[in-house]
Design a protein around this ligand. Sequence first.
Ligand code: 5AD
Ligand code: SF4
Length: 439
Amino acid sequence: MTQPDLTGIKFFIQTFGCQMNENDSEHIAGILSAAGARPVTAPDESNLVVINTCAVREKSVEKLYSLLGRLSKFKKDKEYLIGVAGCVAQLYRSDILEKKPCVDFVIGPDNYWKLPEMLKSHFQEKFIATQWYRDWHEIPEIQRTTAVSGYITVMEGCNNFCSYCVVPFTRGREKFRPAQNILSEAENLASMGYLEVQLLGQNVNSYRDPETGTGFSALLEAVDQVQDLVWIRFITSHPKNIDPQLIHTMQQAKSICHQLHLPIQAGSEAVLKRMNRGYSRKEYMAVISHLKDAMPDIALSTDIIVGFPGETEADFQQTLDVLEQVRYTNIFSFRYSARPLTAASRMEGSIPLEIKKERLQRVQDLQKKLQSEMNQAKVGKIYDVLCHGKSKKDPQVYSGRNYAHQVVNFSSGQECEGKFIRVHITGSGPYSLKGRAPD
Ligand code: 5AD
Ligand code: SF4
């Protein structure tokens, strides 16, 4: 198929949300560039703005609408297009076009590959592209935003229907990318000099190769064989799909970081059940023990939701207790917010905002204390750090991440960007480490 020509289009992409969305924006940029369009770095230099939205938590629509308010001043004529992509697009579809006349098109996550064709055939007409496709659509060109760590999508969608979560409605059912394509992308990144890859999906460890039926551990083992990749990470894993084979693979592999993001969401058995998470607290804690037994240096992180409908103070205490027991390297914590179409949005026992705020503060205070202690104990150690570039706060200082995915800010007399540097840790805070590279 010949690509429709979009020469003359100068696009700017605004991204909200997680790594998955960042990677989707790299895909959209690749698709548009392959069709002849050109990226620019500010909306006022562009004639096409794509807003890639996230709908996981509340305020997504307000955030989108306020940005549209600001962007609409650039739209003086019909030659300036504004498109809404991502989960909010999938969820609200025609509502967006009705409520915001400045929007020209709405495109859901399963439809990006069609964007050039849609733009070409509907230029200056409004369109909505939010169909679901059963097959995997390979994106031939990706325009990456960093040259150090490369994202690789391995699967899309989710079948779990956690009762609070909108993702199964915005990203659809699970769809897996052929392992061969994943491996080619990993090899390609390694040959371009990337030292790290991060395999991405809503639920990476439910992966099955659509061609051979082999699972996630086999995929990891194959990526581990790629020459010159030093670190491999993957996100997000579901606790119910962590099996002994995966733990064994992580332990034996040469390049897989001993680091795992394993969202627990809540510490109370009763809350976990109402969340429809598919594991008990006991089962989750057993997985943590197996991981720590196999890899004593493993760095764990998690997601926490506070104030889920019906969460009592005693339930909440159970969440604090998990933090004390597991001692996560870091956590992402959120106040529960009701999302459209979800089962939890219809549950009774809504928790007052004040209590949700107070619980979130307590979670964050406890975790800050634990991280301060754990990081303090790292002073004096030496870590290999993959340097991502200069620190945003202080251009005298380099910034990178260690195997545990912790931020390490360090000084060095040499150019470090894109390299592995041995860093001597000289100081710590709750959210990062500080160090020095030997001269
Ligand atoms: N309210 C609050 N947090 C949520 N998350 C997902 N849905 C909601 C919701 N309705 C959080 C979960 C998930 C992370 C990506 O976002 O912790 O793991
Ligand atoms: Fe949402 Fe649960 Fe699926 Fe994660 S596993 S994307 S929280 S439904």
